[in-house]
Design a protein around this ligand. Structure first.
Ligand code: FAD
Ligand code: SF4
Ligand code: SF4
Length: 397
């Protein structure tokens, strides 16, 4: 065994056992494999390394003087996009699934790490290495819970694959980038989605039960740019609930401690990111970070309608009010919430300004969470870009 493979002597943790990051663990899956050997430098909650890994991945650091880079990370270009022929049942129009299928069909990769669900439960994540387009399609739509995507890392070595695409959220991708060189791959492609406010499966149940009129029939949901949660139900109907009407006092505790301490909302280390929050509804939002991401986007451009990113409104007063309301766990009566939702939708932030609204609000909340609950970690754990963003607001003690 060469020194590069010394990790193979390490022992994966048993399911349910305590993780090295303790309560901050986001169940990214690394510790379910012998790559736990590298946990100290790979785990996003033990050693925060976004700045350093951004430079090694994209060949340059994030430019903190440029507002778009400060917020959205290193990038070459951004755009609004949607598939001209959307994939039925995808989270949005299915750009993520389409990109993965194209890469497989054209032989750029031999496998795709993605997340299907178990037979028994549509929201229980089941990470796999897909080797056919049908297996990729079966992974479409968000499993809005913590997902151990990296639990398949040992399988990569055993499969003999040399070219791989990994789809994942920020905390998974930080750990992946930290062990990338140990995987024995010739080429790794990373397709990221933004991610925020994730929950355990039990937390998700509580959210559905407190918020939806019919929790058992929800097939997907999204916190949308119109300041409402949109639930899609089995019968095809859509239910919307204004953000301001959410039962903040009940929901405050459902988000996983990892996600209350996370500052990688925009998936800084992916080659390309596909989300929605920087685009006007109902468009998706694409951020191309480096040449690999550009190569990936070219494969699907003929299946997309695109338009330049836009930005409208002023988020700052709403963010400041939101920080105070959240801290006091204020819930508005539903009729006031609906009215506020309508007003904000008409005059509120849109496009990139909406994305900045969401980043500011979540970073401020998470900054306070880390400062109050993990004061000894706070200085090293909060990345420089997040400190700069939060410093624009007046925060409660
Ligand atoms: P699809 O073609 O439907 O493919 C979805 C892909 O997501 C699948 O390949 C699947 O493998 C992968 N996936 C599903 N669940 C998980 C999971 N738990 N962990 C890792 N990978 C998963 N975008 C924003 O702009 N703002 C947000 O605040 C935001 N929050 C998100 C929170 C979560 C937990 C997730 C998973 C995504 C979030 N996104 C967010 C991304 C957005 O919801 C869509 O996933 C994205 O726009 C892609 O849509 P699509 O139709 O192209 O994807
Ligand atoms: Fe291990 Fe991942 Fe949990 Fe960190 S977040 S302790 S790397 S499973
Ligand atoms: Fe991971 Fe952050 Fe998403 Fe939580 S919010 S699952 S820590 S990327």
């Amino acid at each position: 065994m060469t020194s590069i493979e010394s990790h193979k002597k390490a022992k994966a943790l048993k399911p349910g056992s305590k993780r090295p990051a303790k309560e901050l663990c986001s169940e990214c899956g690394l510790c379910d494999t012998y790559y736990i050997h590298y946990v100290k430098e790979a785990c996003a909650f033990i050693t925060q390394r976004i700045d350093e890994l951004e430079t090694s991945t994209h060949n340059r650091p994030r430019n903190l003087e440029n507002e778009n880079e400060l917020y959205f990370g290193v990038h070459q270009e951004m755009m609004s996009a949607r598939k001209t022929q959307p994939i039925e049942g995808a989270q949005w129009t299915g750009i993520v699934s389409t990109l993965a299928i194209e890469m497989l069909n054209r032989g750029l990769v031999e496998g795709v790490v993605c997340v299907q669900n178990t037979k028994e439960d549509r929201f229980q994540p089941m990470p796999i290495i897909a080797r056919t387009p049908a297996e990729i399609l079966a992974a479409k739509v968000n499993k809005p819970t913590l997902s151990p995507n990296l639990s398949i890392l040992e399988e990569i070595g055993k499969s003999g694959m040399k070219r791989l695409l990994v789809i994942g959220v920020g905390c998974q991708i930080q750990a992946l980038r930290a062990v990338e060189k140990k995987l024995g791959l010739e080429k790794l492609y990373v397709l990221g989605t933004p991610c925020v406010d994730n929950v355990t499966r039990a937390g998700l149940q509580k959210f559905l039960e407190t918020t939806s009129r019919s929790p058992a029939t929800v097939v997907s949901y999204e916190f949308m740019q119109d300041f409402r949660v949109h639930f899609k139900h089995e019968d095809g109907s859509e239910e919307t609930v204004p953000f301001f009407g959410l039962k903040t006092n009940v929901l405050k505790d459902i988000f996983a401690p990892s996600c209350m301490s996370c500052f990688d909302y925009v998936n800084s280390l992916a080659d390309i990111v596909v989300g929605y929050m920087g685009a006007p509804y109902p468009w998706q939002w694409i951020v191309v970070r480096n040449d690999t991401g550009k190569e990936m986007l070219e494969l699907v451009k003929d299946q997309l309608e695109t338009q330049p990113v836009m930005s409208e409104g002023n988020r700052k007063p709403a963010v400041q009010q939101g920080i105070e309301a959240y801290d006091k766990a204020v819930t508005l009566p539903m009729w006031v919430a609906k009215l506020m939702g309508v007003v904000i939708d008409k005059i509120g932030p849109k496009g990139l300004e909406y994305a900045r609204f969401s980043i500011d609000s979540h970073f401020a909340r998470n900054y306070l969470y880390v400062k109050r609950n993990h004061p000894q970690k706070s200085a090293a754990h909060v990345p420089e870009f997040a400190k700069q963003i939060v410093a624009q607001y007046k925060l409660p003690e």
